[in-house]
Design a protein around this ligand. Structure first.
Ligand code: CIZ
Length: 431
């Protein structure tokens, strides 16, 4: 794959004054090394300002040789290591990953597609996941025990996943159990079913597995909520409030029946009555990239491009999803563009690396990001080719660094929640 468009090149244009574009943070124009040298901080981009939890993994200093190597030297090292490792290695690149890294990936896709791709490559001893921490954990959950999953930079977390930690969710569960009890109703439905988005730690997937709950992705959230409503009177949905709200609203759940749970307040900041009357309790989490999209951006796109098709990710706020023509996961967006007649115009509300890659891949269409301010997923951005070259060279030398493993105490129930998701099917329509 040749690099035709990438956030890095755009950043370079901004830095050199070749464009009048702006960045979501002036620090976006600085190479990632600056960030690595400082105390914990996400990389450049939308989640730059998000708080990093104290327990999250820390990346040690990258050896000097990789920090000072130029792009050609890193490219040579990566290609030689890939060649030497052959089928013993599989490299996964998330849709939101920068092209400088994606060009080396054997598979490119969303987190769940990638975890399944890794599972299918059983001969690969090492799975190098160029994504973020929860994705590498999911790959570890789904891969064989003798496959090592490696995250090239341990600081590549996900600010949304970090917004719900296991202690907070356990505390919330305790309060809800006290309020509702545990007795099923006359139809056998328990008071509440926990549902976690794939973008969450393995600990939360394990929590769902232990408590009759389930995992969802942005592609199957509706099917999963239907599964949950068959078994429960209401749902506790974490960590992304927007995916939960947008999906439940499309199923006819009134917005008033979806209180927000703020983990820093008693009863999540709600009174008992609103929790009693709730159908979906939404965790106070969000994606820093997707919450930047606005209705005003959609209005401007429509004014500038009559006939434009606006597709946004369901992690966007509800008014944005309501104003768009369609909403869907990264996979849905990519497939909609692939299937469109030549000459179509798309305004897309999702992460910039994916939008720019789709624009380069489908030159027969006009494709642009709704947000004209460059705002990559800052945590994904931390996987620089220097880190990739380092972990691959270490593998060639027989050493596994940055391995992500999920202990059995969490992995066993987390797999239960993932299996429930795989088994969940949309209801068969009545004849
Ligand atoms: O599941 C994923 O990979 C993410 C982050 C979103 C999506 O829609 O695919």
């Amino acid at each position: 794959m040749t690099i035709t468009a990438s956030v890095d090149l755009t950043i370079r244009d901004i830095t050199t004054g070749a464009t009048t574009g702006d960045t979501c943070s002036p620090e976006l124009a600085t190479a990632p090394w600056t960030f690595d040298a400082r105390p914990p901080g996400y990389g450049p981009g939308a989640s730059l300002g998000d708080v990093i939890p104290t327990g999250s993994p820390r990346q040690g200093a990258l050896p000097e040789v990789y920090r000072t190597a130029d792009a050609a030297e890193l490219d040579r090292r990566i290609r030689e290591a890939k060649q030497a490792l052959g089928d013993r290695l599989v490299i996964l690149g998330h849709f939101y990953q920068r092209d400088e890294v994606v060009q080396y990936a054997d598979y490119v896709g969303d987190s769940f597609q990638l975890a399944n791709a890794a599972k299918a490559r059983s001969e690969a001893e090492a799975i190098v996941f160029c994504g973020v921490h929860f994705m590498a954990e999911t790959a570890d959950l789904l891969s064989a025990p003798d496959q090592a999953v490696i995250l090239p930079n341990l600081a590549a977390g996900c600010s949304m996943a970090d917004m719900a930690d296991i202690d907070q969710v356990e505390e919330c569960w305790e309060q809800l159990t006290e309020l509702y009890g545990t007795e099923p109703d006359a139809d056998g439905r328990v008071p509440v079913i926990p549902v976690t988005y794939m973008n969450s730690s393995a600990a939360l997937k394990g929590f769902c597995g232990r408590n009759g709950g389930i995992v969802c992705t942005s592609s199957n959230a509706r099917t999963v909520l239907e599964w949950a409503f068959e078994r429960g009177q209401r749902v506790l949905f974490f960590p992304d409030q927007h995916l939960g709200r947008n999906t439940a609203k499309a199923m006819g759940v009134p917005v008033e029946a979806m209180p927000l749970w703020n983990p820093h307040r008693a009863l999540g900041g709600n009174d008992e009555q609103s929790l009693e009357e709730s159908r979906v309790i939404l965790w106070h989490g969000f994606c820093s990239v997707h919450r930047r999209f606005t209705v005003d951006q959609i209005d401007r796109a429509r004014a500038a491009h009559p006939g434009v098709r606006v597709i946004v990710h369901p992690e966007c706020p509800m008014p944005v999803v309501d104003a768009a023509d369609e909403s869907g996961s990264t996979d849905v967006i990519a497939k909609a563009i692939a299937a469109a007649p030549s000459g179509s115009t798309f305004a897309i509300g999702t992460e910039i690396n994916l939008v720019q890659r789709l624009a380069a891949q489908y030159p027969q269409h006009t494709i642009f990001c709704l947000d004209d301010v460059i705002c990559p997923c800052s945590t994904m951005y931390r996987i620089h080719p220097g880190y990739l070259a380092w972990v691959l060279d270490e593998l060639v030398a027989g050493r596994v660094v940055n391995r992500i493993t999920v202990g059995d105490d969490v992995a066993v129930p987390a797999r239960v929640a993932l299996e429930r998701m795989l088994a969940a099917r949309p209801p068969v329509p009545a004849m």
